[in-house]
Write a protein that binds this ligand. Structure first.
Ligand code: NAD
Length: 373
């Protein structure tokens, strides 16, 4: 003790859950990129890797073990590949690979699902819409993920008179559930084009009316400087096809978000390119829990062939750097590297077109790393 203070920097723990199908192939490329940042930018990521989904079921008889779940709780960011596949389709509900995802979302309280829909200028032809409608598109959809009609009670199928049955689901939101997800949307908009479109069906649903009132009240109280537009969800579905570039951030509930985010992702034409983030509440140390994953699934039809597109997974890691690890500059660099590789005409099989060069999953990862260099 000579008056020097030894500051021990805690390593940032990232948990990789590659999962099934092409999951291990695309997450393998993410791992190479994390290792590159560790070696070349003196970053201190500590990588842990474990089983989830069908892979976990095969070894442990459960889609996610308690041990892995606790690791997830301890990590600053979770990078998931994808889970599922025909091999596990006939398992009982509680053992299905998807339960791993649902458990993580629920227990980590990942209430805000961020899905960017970006149309890379190099790939405008992959969209089913006219190039001028989608070129340069950059939308962020914020979907509420832990409430609403998918979880509301009462629910069920019940017998009624005269031999008929009725199916019941309840679309329910509390003020605080609405406010916390709207805050995420407003904060994001401030870092982007400063515009939020909030979607509900306030014309026919009370929960939609509450949604609209709470978002407006939060805006008036804390986010007056952000432009706020209320739009009926059905109109939003139509506007996304008519003139998608009018949107910056869209915030909406679980049900409408499910549909609108899928619709928006199709505008960009390629599943293999789109990342996502699911953000949760802050823990007692003030750290936000979060999970990052490509929007595509396990793609069993191409698994093991070395042709999967790793870009969605790699861009998911860029989101992790931006939202969980405070590394905005590094996230920008990684996104730029992806753009550069596309500019150069390198393509995996799913996006290859005339005049471009087809590369494998690992070649794509290597090319992105060489651009980082
Ligand atoms: P999918 O996204 O796995 O595949 C749809 C199509 O897109 C396939 O033809 C596939 O080859 C292609 N594709 C997807 N990602 C690609 C990539 N990175 N590079 C190149 N091509 C790619 O959807 P699906 O076929 O409906 O589902 C397959 C399995 O994945 C099912 O078991 C399903 O339950 C599961 N799934 C998991 C998740 C998840 O883990 N979050 C999401 C969706 C589906």
């Amino acid at each position: 003790n000579h008056g020097y203070l030894m500051i021990k920097v805690k390593k940032r723990k990232i948990l990789l859950l590659p999962g099934d199908g092409i999951g291990p192939e695309v997450v393998g490329e993410v791992k190479k990129i994390i290792q590159w940042f560790n070696s070349n930018k003196s970053l201190d990521f500590e990588i842990d890797e474990d089983l989830a989904g069908g892979a976990s079921y095969d070894k442990h008889g459960t889609p996610i073990t308690d041990e892995v779940f606790y690791k997830a709780l301890e990590s600053e960011a979770i990078m998931l590949g994808a889970v599922g596949g025909p091999k596990w389709d006939n398992l009982e509900f509680a053992k299905k690979p998807e339960r791993a995802l649902l458990k993580l979302r629920k227990e980590l309280k990942l209430f805000a699902n961020l899905r960017p829909a970006i149309c890379f200028k190099q790939l405008v032809d992959a969209s089913t819409l006219k190039p001028e409608i989608v070129s340069g598109l950059d939308i962020m959809i914020v979907r509420e993920l832990t409430g609403g009609i998918y979880f509301g009670e009462p629910r069920g199928i019940k017998p009624i008179d005269n031999g008929e049955r009725k199916g019941i689901n309840t679309h329910i939101y509390t003020s605080s559930e609405i406010v916390r997800v709207a805050k995420v949307a407003f904060d994001l908009a401030k870092k982007r084009s400063n515009k939020v479109t909030s979607c509900e069906k306030s014309n026919v649903m009370e929960s939609g009316q509450l949604w609209k009132e709470e978002v407006q009240a939060l805006h008036d109280k804390e986010y007056k400087d952000v432009e706020l537009i209320h739009m009926l969800a059905d109109n939003c579905a139509m506007q996304l096809l008519r003139n998608p570039k009018q949107f910056d951030v869209i915030v909406t509930d679980n049900l409408f978000g499910d549909m609108l985010s899928d619709e928006a992702s199709m505008l960009t034409g390629s599943l293999g390119l789109l990342p996502s983030a699911s953000l949760g509440a802050k823990n007692k140390d003030g750290k936000m829990r979060a999970m990052y994953e490509p929007i595509h699934g396990a793609a069993p039809d191409i698994a093991g062939k070395g042709i999967a597109n790793p870009i969605a997974a790699i861009l998911s890691f860029a989101m992790a750097m931006r939202y969980s690890l405070d590394l905005d500059k590094e996230a920008d660099d990684l996104e730029k590297a992806v753009q550069d590789v596309l500019d150069e005409g390198l393509r995996t099989k799913d996006i290859v077109s005339k005049g471009t060069k087809e590369v494998s999953t690992t070649q794509m990862g290597d090319a992105i790393i060489s651009k980082l260099q």
